[in-house]
Design a protein. Structure first.
Length: 259
């Protein structure tokens, strides 16, 4: 993930504002399961998604799990979801009704309405900028934030380590046959290597006073600007408008309480 993937106005905003905007969009939508609120939210999110400035190839690759998961969720609910209204098709354990189809459509739109802005906003987030924002703005413990950042930076080495271990084991004739056995052996070796690297990293960070009980300073200041506040207000407005339209047309379907 690189911040260069997005060059729009939203890509340059504070990661904390992006996280807050995605949360403000998602939280109100989880209290209701109806196609109207999800559809309205998805429609209002389009300018926000386009303003991220992602290339089309990057957009489709990053959101591919959503385009697979949303139809799969809708199909499952349509076949096995809550039954209501006229039954349109029935076979063994499968029963498709008008109510299950409506619920499937609501679930499909809901997955996209919640997932798309979250994925698109976080594609353009740099881990270091996110750590700076969480520690300076959200006031999370610096020790936890920096430890998580160091761990994320190490994730990129896992693929290289796996490749190097596989080549080294094959050069020594270890587990030269049997894919499952070779994979399990390489995974265990990678696990041991990750523990050793983590211990060395923790020692190095402690030696550089990362865990000192003093007020720490930051190389880059993280603050919320007018654009960040506007992004959070847009996220809140999307949810409020979607819920208001759903209630106004009588489609509001809360997941808790009487329906």
């Amino acid at each position: 993930m690189s911040p260069a993937d997005g060059r729009g106005a939203v890509a340059r905003l504070n990661p904390v504002a992006k996280f807050a905007a995605a949360l403000l969009i998602a939280l109100p939508l989880v209290v209701t399961v109806d196609a109207v609120s999800a559809g309205v939210a998805l429609l209002l999110e389009l300018p926000l998604v386009l303003s991220a400035g992602l290339a089309w190839r990057t957009f489709w690759l990053r959101t591919l799990p959503l385009w697979i998961g949303a139809p799969a969720t809708a199909l499952t609910i349509a076949l096995y979801g809550e039954q209501s209204g006229d039954v349109l098709f029935e076979w063994l354990f499968v029963r498709v009704s008008e109510g299950s189809l409506a619920l499937a459509l609501a679930a499909f739109l809901r997955v996209l309405a919640i997932g798309l802005p979250a994925v698109v906003l976080f594609v353009t987030v740099d881990p270091t900028d996110l750590a700076d924002g969480l520690a300076q703005i959200v006031r999370l413990p610096a020790r936890f934030v920096l430890g998580a950042l160091a761990g994320m930076r190490m994730l990129g080495l896992l693929a290289d380590d796996w490749r190097a271990l596989s080549l080294a084991r094959r050069a020594r004739g270890v587990a030269d046959s049997g894919r499952v056995r070779r994979a399990l052996g390489t995974a265990f070796a990678l696990f041991v290597l990750a523990i050793r690297r983590g211990s060395a990293l923790a020692t190095a960070m402690e030696a550089r006073a990362f865990g000192a009980p003093v007020r720490r300073t930051w190389a880059r200041e993280s603050r919320l600007g007018p654009g960040d506040v506007l992004l959070m207000l847009v996220g809140l407005a999307i949810s409020l408008i979607a819920l208001a339209v759903s209630i106004a047309v009588g489609a509001f379907n809360p997941i808790f309480g009487p329906r």
